[in-house]
Write a protein that binds this ligand. Structure first.
Ligand code: ADP
Ligand code: ZN
Ligand code: ZN
Length: 789
């Protein structure tokens, strides 16, 4: 598993350091550097320098969710260690075992036990994981509740109560009896309690309570469903693997509505039956309340939910439940993969293709990599589930069973076995998809953003009182301010990117650095008054809907309207209760929602992401369309999908409208192979930044030369198997956004094939580039397996 070095090791350490020292940035860097030096690992030339430390606090705010990981003790650090040392060093293994047995443990105690391991222990102390739990405990603390308890047996209490004259005291006794002898003080009458306490029949005690965000919610218990044939076949394979207790990874490719969740639920049951624990990852938990409901419904109090919007206290308590073993299922977004269970039997990653599983900020880890690594440590089964698997995973699954020799340069990164569920439960049909060619609409004089077929369908649903989901693929679009007279576009003064207009506050904002200014009334260049906002944002769709369909009730869900805590949930609830006709939004509306009265899904501009300079553009378009189409007609009412596009002949749109993943994937894989992009190679993106452009350009060219030299030294530039090199270095070129926060950006791409150990190569390169950072202040950021290219 050598490819895990860079991502998970840095993940481990860097997660811990910021969390231990939140807000104390300089110290964090010093300690972090020291820790890495002690651990003798790759040099610290990564995002900390720029985003994390010194400059401002944006890094800490941005990755708040990950910072919370600090409270998860040191297990993720240990994962890092294990990867790094790969069990070559028995000392680390012993340390790991000891800490896991004795947690929480103080540093002194550990040092006493392992005096010869002082260096490693000191390093981990610097990294913050040993002291973490203690520190969190006094910062957040355990919540205590004053409770009133009976000091006598039930019979005695009954008799005593019957003899009481004071009515209040009698009520209090009855209440306590009804509550099995104990009740929170706040629920009782204080003077009655005092009187009873004076008589010695009750006493007041402190009770530890767990903060449970779902305490007030009731989840309807559910029973396992009899499985369909397809589900049963898949389940039996999973069951066999679970019983073997050896690490194994499956891809469960099942169309939307094929009943994957039921398979997850029953597999978890099997896992729990053998006293092992399960982790379930979902892409964004606040968007999938129904998933939580289904897991709580089946497993009740055994489920811990790790929600990015939990309060610190709630999160700490969920963590404690996991650590203490009082729950055995953890469900959450990306970071839940670090849930500190001790005997993991099963890890499920639902919607495995989602890019949110890769953390874009440092530490840049992919939850799938961590899952596979943890599964190896625990002998666990990993299930990657999706209706539209990522090309990487699908390709690996297709190659399963071919021996390494045959795979040659095209060997996949993981070994994954394919399981398939090609039909929907109960034979419910997939909804028919109409593709509308917007060029034709223009020809017949329709310049509106709604084509005639979509408009008719909308009208029809409004008349019937049914509901509509409208999706605007926001990638590739933004709302910006432009002067119609001179063409001036409002740009961020610090970054080479146009500012985004926010209608609600009438502000312009840079999405990269957060720069904000008031929207100008006249053009700053020519003073023309014809300055207005452009771009097909959701706001504009909303406006047009209101104009075209007076009285229409629209819920708009996008980054602008969902900043408040709980706003997603509120909007979805409102829509579920049919207090709106249309749910309009960006990708958010495509994910995991299930509304019985939605019978029409409209996609405003399906191809808007196709023209992005991203080799995954077709894959992402296909996934989004398939997913959103899966929202329609999931229940008794049949559904329909209307897709508007300027590229109806594009294979991603053709195959998405035919619900044909296999045709899409074979075409896409053919393209990827021809263009030599993942999964037929691995990529690392190296970004270099500096304030001075000429210096940066020279440094970047230098850096590329150095990397090539290393590849040469390692014998990797020689042609392998014909003309194709094992390692290629491209660039340097200016980054897609060439300047951010007043720093220029250049990048180079390292591409490697076959058995090349990319992370090690990158580490070696960074080591030789370190002097450039020290002497010239050039910063290097590495992203192995980048998601955005
Ligand atoms: P997926 O996760 O693959 O999109 P779901 O698990 O949401 O599919 O299942 C779709 C619907 O089918 C749900 O309403 C679910 O309750 C139902 N379902 C799943 N398995 C069965 C089964 N074996 N028998 C009857 N209904 C089922
Ligand atoms: Zn102007
Ligand atoms: Zn900016």
């Amino acid at each position: 598993m050598s490819h895990q070095y860079v991502c998970t090791f840095t993940a481990a350490l860097q997660v811990m350091i910021p969390s231990a020292l939140k807000g104390r940035t300089e110290k964090a860097l010093r300690l972090g550097t020291e820790a890495l030096r002690l651990l003798d690992t790759q040099p610290v030339v990564d995002d900390w320098d720029e985003n994390g430390v010194g400059a401002d606090d944006s890094f800490w705010q941005q990755s708040d969710e990950e910072l919370e990981l600090g409270k998860w003790s040191g297990e993720q650090t240990l994962i890092g260690w294990l990867n790094r040392e790969l069990l070559h060093q028995p000392m680390y293994r012993r340390l790991l075992a000891y800490v896991q047995q004795h947690e929480p443990i103080t540093a002194e105690k550990l040092l006493q036990t392992f005096p010869y391991a002082a260096k490693a222990i000191r390093a981990s102390l610097y990294a913050g994981w040993l002291v973490e739990i203690e520190r969190i405990k006094d910062r957040i603390g355990v919540k205590k509740l004053k409770c009133v308890c009976l000091t006598m047996s039930e019979e005695e209490a009954l008799a005593f109560s019957a003899g009481l004259k004071a009515k209040r005291q009698q009520e209090t006794m009855e209440h306590l009896l009804a509550m099995n002898g104990e009740a929170p003080l706040k629920d009782l009458n204080a003077s009655a309690v005092k009187a009873l306490a004076d008589k010695g029949v009750v006493q007041i005690e402190d009770r530890e309570v767990l903060r449970d965000p779902y305490k007030e919610r009731h989840f309807k218990p559910t029973q396992p469903l009899p499985l369909t044939d397809e589900q049963a076949t898949v389940y039996s394979q999973l069951q066999e693997a679970l019983d073997r207790e050896k690490a194994k990874t499956f891809l469960l490719h099942g169309v939307t509505g094929s009943g994957k969740t039921e398979v997850y639920l029953q597999s978890i049951e099997r896992c729990l039956a053998s006293e092992r624990e399960a982790i379930v990852l979902v892409p964004e938990i606040s968007l999938t309340p129904q998933m939580v409901e289904r897991f709580k419904g089946r497993f009740g109090a055994k489920v811990a939910v790790l929600h990015s919007r939990l309060s610190q206290g709630e999160r700490y308590d969920e963590w404690r439940k996991i650590r203490e073993g009082s729950v055995s299922v953890a469900i959450g977004a990306r970071s839940a993969i670090f849930a500190p269970f001790r005997r993991i039997g099963l890890i499920i990653i639902d919607e495995e293709h989602e890019t949110s599983y890769k953390q874009e900020e440092t530490p840049k880890y992919h939850a799938r990599d961590v899952a596979i690594e943890r599964a190896v440590q625990h002998g666990a089964v990993v299930v990657l589930g999706s209706a539209t698997p990522s090309m990487e995973t699908y390709y690996a699954a297709k190659m399963h069973g071919y021996d390494a020799q045959a795979r040659g340069l095209e060997r996949p990164i993981w070994d994954v076995e394919l399981l398939e569920m090609p039909t929907r439960v109960a034979g419910r049909p997939l909804p028919p998809v109409t593709v509308v060619d917007m060029r034709e609409q223009l020809k017949i004089g329709n310049r509106s953003m709604f084509s005639a077929p979509l408009e008719e369908a909308l009208e029809d649903r409004l008349a019937k009182g049914e509901q509509v989901v409208l999706l605007l693929n926001r990638r590739g679009y933004s709302t910006f301010i432009m002067c119609r007279t001179c063409g001036y576009v409002a740009q961020c003064p610090e970054c080479d990117i146009s500012l985004t207009y926010h209608m609600k506050t009438e502000h312009l904002r840079c999405h990269y650095c957060g720069y904000t200014e008031r929207s100008p009334q006249t053009c700053p260049d020519c003073e023309s008054e014809h300055i207005r906002f452009f771009g097909t944002g959701t706001q504009r769709v909303e406006e047009q809907l209101a104009r075209r369909f007076p009285g229409i009730r629209v819920i708009r869900m996008d980054v602008d309207t969902t900043t408040e805590k709980g706003s997603h949930e509120k909007m979805l609830q409102q829509f579920r209760e049919r207090r709106a006709d249309v749910l309009l939004g960006t990708q958010m509306v495509a994910k995991g929602l299930d509304f019985p009265y939605v019978t029409l899904v409209g996609v405003i501009a399906a191809d808007s992401a196709l023209h992005m300079p991203d080799f995954r553009a077709a894959e992402k378009t296909f996934q989004l369309l398939t997913q959103v189409a899966g929202r329609a007609g999931r229940h008794h009412l049949p559904g329909e999908v209307v897709v508007q596009t300027y590229a109806p002949e594009h294979y991603s749109i053709v195959h998405a409208s035919g619900h044909d993943y296999k045709a899409f994937s074979s075409e896409e894989l053919r393209m990827r192979r021809a263009r030599l992009v993942p999964p037929f190679c691995r990529l690392a993106l190296l970004t270099m930044t500096h304030e001075e452009l000429p210096l940066l350009v020279r440094a970047a060219e230098n850096a590329v030369l150095r990397i090539k030299e290393i590849a040469e030294e390692w014998g990797l530039l020689k042609p392998l198997h014909g003309a194709v090199q094992a390692v290629d270095v491209f660039g340097p070129v200016a980054s897609p956004i060439p300047r951010i926060k007043n720093k220029y950006r250049f990048q180079c791409t390292i591409k490697c094939r076959g058995e090349v150990d990319l992370p090690s190569l990158v580490s070696a390169a960074l080591k030789t580039l370190e002097p450039m950072t020290r002497e010239q202040g050039v910063l290097f950021h590495v992203d192995v397996d980048p998601q955005m290219m």
